[in-house]
Design a protein around this ligand. Sequence first.
Ligand code: NAD
Length: 543
Amino acid sequence: MTVQSHAAPQASTTLPCHDPATLQSLGEGAIHDHAEVVRRVEHGRRLQPAWAKTSFAERRKVLRSLLDIILERHDQICEVAARDSGKTLTDAALGEVFPVCEKIRYLLEHGEKDLQPERRASGFLKHKMAQVEYHPLGVVGVIAPWNFPFHNLFCPVLPALFAGNAVVAKVSEHTTWSADALLEVFHEALRRHGHDPDLVQVVTGYGATGEALVRSGVDKVFFTGSPPTGSKVMRAASDSLTPVVLELGGKDPMIVCDDADLDHAVEQAMLGVFTACGQMCVGAERIYVFDEVYDDFVARAVARVDALRQGAPLEQPEGEAVDVGAMTMPAQLDKLEALIQDAVDKGAHLLVGGHRREELGGQFFAPTVLVNVDHSMRITQEEQFGPIMVILRVQDEEDAIRLAADCPYGLGSSVFSRDVKRAERIASRVRAGMTVVNDYGLAYMIQALPFGGVGKSGFGRINGREGLRACCYTKAVVTDRVTLGGGVSVYPIVAGTYPLVRSAIGMIYGRGLGAKARAALQAARSVAEVAKARKAFRQRGKH
Ligand code: NAD
């Protein structure tokens, strides 16, 4: 895969790109200004009507080819994503390629069904037919963070495109280098079937470019990022009443009961904490372990974390590998150190790691285990987005549920117990957008499920039927089941009109046959009264 130039015609200046694992320069990316963003949105708007006319079968062909191309270029995609974000190839395969492939499979199998018009009951209007239709919005704006450069671009673009929209996506300034190469995967699929590749466009730059996209006239914005930026996006979108979906951060609780399979729970905690070096919105950032198994869990976790190998994933000698890569964003290192310092100052114990690793030559933070943590510490409230296993001791179910709720975020969660009923009981009381029993993170791999949060984790849903329909506007349509002719005639309002409406309401909603019959009698009288009054009205009009 060749990485194309970032040169863009109207770019006012450029931003630097570097490999977070080696600090080597990767060149520069364009900064697109407001005028260029608007130009691209308008270009997308011109292309969209033709795409919206394509059949679902045609869109499936494009997605099927896209899946083929992803599989053909699997290694290149993972290498580009790893180079730009500092993750391992395995993290890229698991966290970037795998969910995108599953999303495409879901759309191929269920997408058309999800967007079919849906019959609704027509209530007392038995002669009418009611249905909901899902129509493409037009041009959808996507604003993405840096943690999964391939996935963060593809995941929101796929349903938007399948639903018949054009898309303009703003990628993160921290992973701009990979954007052209990854976008080319989409373009190749569109070109193979004779469609304009610019149905999916990317803009690059800092926050101002993101704000320009929000203010560009797009029909909806799918934003994934931090809560403070989410607020800014919402504020800017409110000026033009542009709808937004906000996928913000998470601080997921993992509850490990005293009867849990500890080997399995520790394994899942390793995945939840160290995948992508902990830079995941659904990272297991708070692990609540029951008192009876706490020491055992901690001992097993320490042994596992101690053994993790860290380094620049793409610089290892042939046949060797590392388990954990680098931090994509340099500022994360300061943040992680500050959170750990605050916790240690308040009594937490560092059992492994807890510091940056400059000797590795990149933006590395050591895999860390922090225990003796309590809720007075910032690390239980603020998203860490790093490789820190935070373990808290809890006494029982109530304690675990209370502490899990003591956090402004509500994205994912998990509960481990051999007693499935018990696990389900606890899971149902955790306030979160997703809960998984006896596993970590699988709610994301089941693409039929909606994905999103509550509280500070945002609102709106991606994935599943909900996410696909969110790429459409819904239209309520009423047609004739039986053509009766005529319709409700209200004007001119005369003496019997009001009693007629009142008795019609009584006929429909009155309790019991007696009430309905009395209302019907009154309605018949009112009909006669209205007819007489209208006749008199018309005659008065002639004089
Ligand atoms: P961020 O909020 O700093 O930036 C996200 C994107 O918004 C970037 O492309 C950035 O350039 C752009 N942006 C910045 N200011 C803007 C503005 N005023 N208007 C419009 N766009 C603007 O987030 P980040 O640091 O890139 O990513 C990390 C965050 O993303 C974490 O909080 C993480 O939890 C969250 N995240 C959430 C999910 C999810 O699905 N819920 C998934 C991945 C990451």
